[in-house]
Design a protein. Structure first.
Length: 64
């Protein structure tokens, strides 16, 4: 079940990546529901995903 939530979160973030504010909000929601190891996976995924979209990287301040 937790893997489903992680996969679902990634799909949502991909869909809202056109809007940095919406991406930030969805990322913030994800941090509340994911397990600690999933948060680390999500952080890695966001780093990879935002290589070509640096405007979305602002959400990583929520983790630090």
């Amino acid at each position: 079940m937790p893997t489903r939530m992680f996969t679902y979160t990634k799909s949502i973030l991909e869909r809202v990546s056109f809007d940095p504010i919406l991406f930030y909000k969805e990322f913030e929601k994800a941090l509340k529901v994911l397990l600690p190891y999933e948060i680390e996976q999500l952080k890695d995924w966001v780093m990879q995903f935002t290589i070509e979209k640096p405007e979305l990287r602002q959400c990583l301040i929520l983790i630090e």
